[in-house]
Design a protein around this ligand. Sequence first.
Ligand code: 4GO
Length: 265
Amino acid sequence: MWFGIVTLFPEMFAVATESGVLGRAVTNGVVELEFFNPRDYAQDRHRTVDDRPYGGGPGMVMMVEPLLAAVAAAKTARAPGMNNPSSGLPPRVIYLSPQGQRLNQNRVQDLAELDALILVAGRYEGIDERAIELAVDEELSIGDYVLTGGELPAMVLIDALARHVPGTLGNRASAMDESHLDGLLDYPHYTRPENAGDRQVPQMLLSGDHAAIRRWRRKAALLKTWRHRPDLLTGQKLSDEDLALLRELFDEELTSEGSAPVGGG
Ligand code: 4GO
């Protein structure tokens, strides 16, 4: 998957691309980042990319022209031809901002179907609204809080998408059987040692009974979701097995001293 990234701070992306799973994906070329710095498309000799807001107020605003030129350059870099065998449609342009639609796993899965995206990372008070109107297809937010730039949200999006690119994750089945992807929180994980502090690994996981372990994990995921994020359970299509497991959990809750598989919460 190719990412054209419009940013004043391309060097920030090194922290994401030089380590770990994403680092390897970039090294292997299954994830490609190409940078387009609005400063390189500024129109004066001072290479100005920001200006004071009309109407007054604090801070600066990113100017339209350098942004439009940088996005256009990203589209040109991705135009069909020599090193791009892809569709021919220009890549979708996403602007990361707190005003965007909240990113979630469903949106990640849909965006992961695309072979190229252009991500615009803003700075200062944000970008001139006309740059959004003229060049942005979709505005996304990674959560309801404000950051000093869109670079970290862009990296969050790249990381979440990269997990779905074939060749990024190791020889595991797929990104699909991971936490959240079926709408529930993950079940708890354990590794050696069997006892840590006074806490033991749940005996079921040592049983070797794979069907029973799968059922235990599903039940633990349902309990964790019910306790931590009940909102995820509403509007969720649950299997007959899930409903039976939830009924068990309700019964255990009512009798109170039941053998709930997850501690805390
Ligand atoms: C995105 C960008 C937060 C998000 C940002 C978010 N803050 N929640 N800051 O996804 C324009 C100038 C937006 C700074 C940027």
